[in-house]
Write a protein that binds this ligand. Structure first.
Ligand code: ADP
Ligand code: ZN
Ligand code: ZN
Length: 725
């Protein structure tokens, strides 16, 4: 008699465990890889994803059966599944958690993959037929007639009407369902108009890899204002097929509403967005469009690269140098690097664009892995700004600003133009200090000082959520010689308001833009064109187009020059150039003043020459001399516990396991901020010139760590290609 072999499947769960779970598959269910299922897990049930259907069933264990398949189609198609498996392996993160990042929150929780579509309405009958007592219905109908396009049920309620009035009108066939209005609200004939490319742009366009030609990676080095965005639009318009999908990754979408608006202007409802501010319904709806292969051009942040595209034909990564592409916790992947791998997997081109390319991408371009496309002229009539170093070693400062800087701002305003002042810290001052006893107020939970926020009369830690009321006297000796030290955006804002009482001063930082949509308001105000002074953090550096800003002042450039973090100079130079790039983007030429105590520093001197690549060459040479990334692969084991001893001890046990003759190890050492939110953090840095070897070694250590039980309260994690060291 033939024996009935039970079918089993390996299921990935959304748990931080480096293993899969075996289940029986009942006869009435057929499963394929990537499909969503409900399985019993402990006393409850959980949503899982099918990871394997061919694995032999484990022996001697009684398995529970899968309860149900959520859909008959795989939520994660083969290519997406493969991408995520690669990422799980490359970043040494549990497969289950990696796979679940590609699902919208509703589907992670096991909800049905069905969109609750919102209905849109328009008037289609004459209000005159309504009987005399139906006043509100008549008013609703008249209101609908006045609207430029169809209106959602929500908007109707917001305008003061009710759902039951909608129903009554529907029953009388006076209103009907209509397609939603175009999100961009742009009439058809305004679209499609792309300005004629300049000769330099045309030349760059000719070098871009085409979707039809398969995988190719290009680094588009285009100076700020050279028209990279315009080039992306041209490229997509001309080379993306009508039924194709495209992905445009951007660093932080809420900061650059202008970019999204420009894309919508050309592509209308074909544009979809993906970022953290979307609600669950919006996410599910966009996710379904992508999974169903609708010809979407998706503009999204980091995690958009993991979505289940089925017709992806090209990927663009804008501002590829931006550190927000790397996730800092949990599944620590790089959106940019994952994009390159996905293009490879998908056999389509990937374009990495930046005015200040990362050392990694620039190195890849120099070594021939990527093609390098240069766009070194500003578009339209704009000229690159003139950069000047302002040595402030022996100059008196007012609120951090030197006389020449204040004079330059005055001259700029008198000419009817706008100035931008860049300060690298939000709040009023980074330290409160007692000039009698020398006490500096520290965070009780971290090894950092509290930042003074004068607007809220608070002292806050920027590394944990601690805050306390600001005091006027030293908390230690009660002296009133208790004063703020150093510059924050609030302080610079105050100084500028005093110095230029007739000019609006607009502050842009995380505190002033917390409300949804507030950045839009600020941008509109600035772009109305009247003289004003913008004060802000690197938020101002990100892709904005301020045509009337002609002067940029960087208050203090020196922080990153001598940091122990080897990436700090790169980040400093990139931020300075990006901020500088906000000057002179319109018809008028721009000027940049960088205040520094080290005007003879070779990187700053080179920066003042105005072009990035020579500075990049210098930085790359330093990396090479130190055999740092991108010349060697790096990974960090991090540990945190309630004592430093515990953290260091764990890393000490890892060290001999990780060691090989090809791997160099630094540490274990306390992290830069050793205590954060009362957790003591240590790290072990691994460097190796063979990425495969390093990866295998990491996997081995992870396996032993998983099998050994760690003391309670001790957490360890692994960071491959870390951004922070
Ligand atoms: P980037 O993305 O490189 O910073 P943008 O694409 O934002 O540059 O272009 C900078 C400015 O120049 C924008 O105001 C844009 O509308 C304008 N621009 C770009 N290309 C052209 C062109 N070919 N002709 C006229 N204006 C252009
Ligand atoms: Zn004191
Ligand atoms: Zn803190």
């Amino acid at each position: 008699m033939e024996q009935h072999v039970p079918r089993t499947a390996r299921i990935a769960l959304n748990r931080p465990i480096r293993r899969l779970f075996d289940y029986l598959v009942p006869d009435h269910i057929t499963l394929q890889k990537g499909q969503r299922v409900t399985v019993p897990f402990g006393p409850q049930s959980a949503t899982g994803l099918v990871a394997d259907t061919d694995a032999p069933p484990p022996e001697g264990i009684i398995l529970k059966p899968v309860k149900a398949a959520c859909e008959h189609w795989p939520a994660l198609p083969a290519e997406t599944f493969q991408l995520l498996s690669w990422a799980a392996d490359y970043y040494q993160h549990p497969l289950g958690e990696c796979l679940f990042t590609a699902l919208p929150p509703a589907l992670r929780r096991g909800r049905a993959a069905l969109e609750r579509k919102e209905a849109y309405w328009q008037a289609c009958g004459d209000p005159a037929v309504l009987a005399g007592n139906a006043t509100r219905q008549r008013e609703l109908l008249a209101w609908l007639q006045r609207q430029p396009g169809s209106v959602s049920g929500k908007q109707i309620v917001r305008a003061g009407f009710t759902q039951s009035q909608v129903k009554s009108l529907l029953g009388k066939e006076l209103i009907c369902e209509a397609p939603p209005p175009d999100p961009a609200g742009v009439p058809e004939d305004v679209r499609n108009r792309i300005p004629e490319l300049s000769p330099a742009q045309r030349d760059a366009a000719d070098q871009l890899p085409l979707p039809a030609d398969g995988f190719a990676a290009s680094l588009l080095f285009g100076i700020t204002g050279s028209g990279k965005t315009e080039l992306y639009l041209y490229y997509l318009k001309h080379y993306l097929g009508d039924g194709d999908q495209a992905l445009v990754l951007v660093p932080e979408i809420n900061l650059t509403p202008q970019t999204v608006a420009r894309f919508q202007h050309y592509f209308g409802s074909r544009i979809a967005v993906w970022h953290s501010a979307l609600n669950d319904g919006e996410r599910l709806s966009t996710w379904l469009k992508i999974r169903n292969g609708e010809p979407v051009i998706l503009i999204g942040t980091r995690s958009a690269v993991l979505l289940p595209f089925t017709g992806l034909k090209t990927i663009i990564v804008d501002e590829e140098h931006d550190s927000s592409y790397k996730q800092g916790e949990g599944f620590r992947y790089s959106g940019r690097d994952t994009a390159v791998y996905r293009a490879h997997l998908n056999n389509c081109p990937v374009i990495l664009g930046s005015a200040t390319p990362s050392m990694e991408s620039y190195h890849n371009a120099l070594s021939g892995k990527y093609s390098l496309i240069r766009l070194e002229e500003r578009a339209g009539n704009a000229k690159p700004p003139h950069i000047k170093l302002l040595d402030i070693r022996s100059r008196p400062l007012e609120g951090g600003l030197s006389r020449p800087a204040l004079q330059a701002i005055e001259k700029c305003l008198q000419a009817g133009q706008q100035a931008l002042v860049f300060v690298n810290r939000r709040g009023f001052a980074p330290v409160m200090m007692c000039f009698d006893c020398g006490h500096m107020v520290e965070c009780p939970r971290c090894d950092t000082r509290l930042t003074y926020h004068r607007r809220d009369r608070a002292m806050r830690c920027h590394h944990c959520d601690f805050q306390t009321a600001a005091t006027e006297h030293c908390p230690k000796c009660n002296s009133d010689a208790f004063k703020p030290v150093g510059q924050g955006t609030e302080r610079t804002e105050d100084i500028l308001t005093t110095q230029f009482p007739d000019t609006p001063v607009v502050r842009v930082d995380r505190d002033s833009t917390q409300r949804k949509g507030s950045i839009q308001g600020i941008l509109e105000k600035v772009n109305s064109g009247r003289p004003c002074i913008l004060v802000g953090t690197q938020m101002l550096a990100k892709g904005h187009d301020f045509p009337n800003v002609t002067l940029v002042v960087a208050v203090n450039a020196d922080g990153g020059l001598f940091s122990v973090d080897f990436r700090a100079p790169e980040q400093l130079i990139q931020t300075l150039l990006q901020v500088s790039g906000r000057a002179g983007r319109g018809e008028k030429p721009g000027e940049v003043l960088i205040q520094t105590c080290h005007s003879d520093h070779p990187l700053l001197r080179s920066l003042a020459e105005g072009s990035y690549l020579p500075v990049a060459d210098q930085m790359l040479a330093e990396r090479k001399a130190g055999q740092l990334p991108p010349f060697r692969a790096m990974a960090i084991f991090r540990a945190e516990a309630e004592t430093m001893e515990k953290s260091l001890k764990l890393l000490d046990t890892i060290k001999p396991q990780a060691l090989s003759n090809k791997i160099e190890i630094w540490g274990p050492l306390p992290a830069l901020i050793a205590r954060r939110a009362d957790r003591h953090r240590a790290q072990l840095v691994l460097l190796c010139n063979n990425r495969r070897h390093l990866n295998r070694q990491l996997a081995r250590v992870c396996e032993t760590l998983d099998q050994s039980k760690q003391p309670t309260g001790l957490k360890w994690m692994i960071d491959v290609d870390p951004q922070e060291t």
